[in-house]
Design a protein. Structure first.
Length: 324
């Protein structure tokens, strides 16, 4: 309580009281907020029984550490079947690049030798009978049969020669291209099954702390359902709400100070200002109630003091310029 001396005029007392009341304006009413975290929810793309759980709530994990595994027996069998199909396609493609086996080539060569021998016999008979016809011992009509026999044996020799050449060559280009496409499809199927199997094992993407574990060993986990929730390092941010009359002075990149009960004060930099207004309690908007409009703002802590913040912890925030 301030007491003015009688020797001091009333005017001086009033000026002193006005100065003291003005000092209170250097400490603006702080904005309400809380600590928020960008959590990482890890799930498997396939359903199954949770067969392995290697972390518990509160554990610190390094980047790449194994967290959990869903039973992947179905994916394993699918991968084995795809690998067998790939081996089959590769063998078929390799076979198309080769000729016939040696035993098959020998059989064709033997048939060709037989055809050549038959052609020699038919040619010799035709030549001999031509001389007999000129001498008048054989009728000319028999020459037609001998010439037909020679033509038949000649065609047979040409046929077997073509078969032998084809047996030594590889398959046609179109057939080889089709086999290559089948092999590529088999490889893609193997990769798909391997990816599905790998999805059943989840690892920490970054160094984190295990925020929560949502399933236990032996439980059925639906596809896409998170099993482990991670809190990465430096993932806690400051979220607070400013009234609409202070929105014009709240900019991205601006520094603010946050305080909480039982923790060290720190500073943060505004990274996001919501373009949409919210209401503190539910009200009907009017000129009289616009004072209840607030805007959500998010800021990133600037120092290591943020490590002490816990998600959901209440905070009070003021502009950094008002710290003095």
């Amino acid at each position: 309580m301030i007491r003015c001396s009688r020797s001091v005029t009333v005017l001086v007392c009033l000026a002193w009281l006005g100065a003291l009341s003005g000092c209170g304006q250097d400490h603006p009413v702080p904005w309400s907020g809380y600590a928020e975290a960008d959590l990482v929810y890890l799930a498997s793309s396939g359903a199954g029984v949770l067969s392995t759980l290697q972390v518990q709530r509160g554990d610190a994990v390094a980047s790449g550490a194994d967290l959990f595994q869903i039973d992947a027996a179905a994916e394993l069998y699918g991968k084995q079947a795809a690998q067998a199909q790939q081996s089959k396609a590769a063998a078929q493609l390799a076979d198309l690049g080769k000729g016939r086996r040696q035993n098959e080539l020998k059989a064709i060569k033997a048939q060709l030798d037989q055809a050549k021998a038959a052609l020699t016999i038919s040619s010799t008979q035709l030549k001999r009978n031509k001389d007999l016809v000129r001498q008048g011992f054989i009728a000319p009509s028999q020459m037609d049969e001998l010439e037909a026999a020679k033509a038949r044996d000649t065609a047979r020799v040409h046929e077997l020669q073509a078969q032998l050449a084809a047996a030594k060559d590889s398959a046609r280009p179109d057939t080889v291209a089709a086999a290559k496409a089948e092999l590529q499809a088999a490889k893609a199927q193997v990769s798909q099954q391997r990816w599905a199997e790998d999805q059943k094992v989840r690892r920490a993407p970054v160094a984190s702390k295990v925020f929560d574990v949502l399933y236990r060993l032996g439980e059925w986990v639906p596809a896409g359902s998170p099993v482990v929730v991670l809190l990465p390092e430096h993932a806690v941010k400051v979220r607070f709400f400013v009234p609409q009359e202070a929105l014009a002075q709240t900019k991205v990149g601006q520094a603010v100070q946050y305080n909480c009960d039982g923790c060290k004060a720190g500073t943060a930099t505004i990274r996001y200002v919501s373009p949409q207004a919210e209401f503190t309690p539910p009200v009907i908007y009017s000129n009289e109630s616009k004072g209840k409009l607030v805007y959500m703002v998010e800021a990133t802590p600037d120092d290591q003091a943020s490590e002490a913040l816990k998600p959901g912890q209440p905070l009070s925030v003021t502009p950094a310029a008002a710290r003095s």
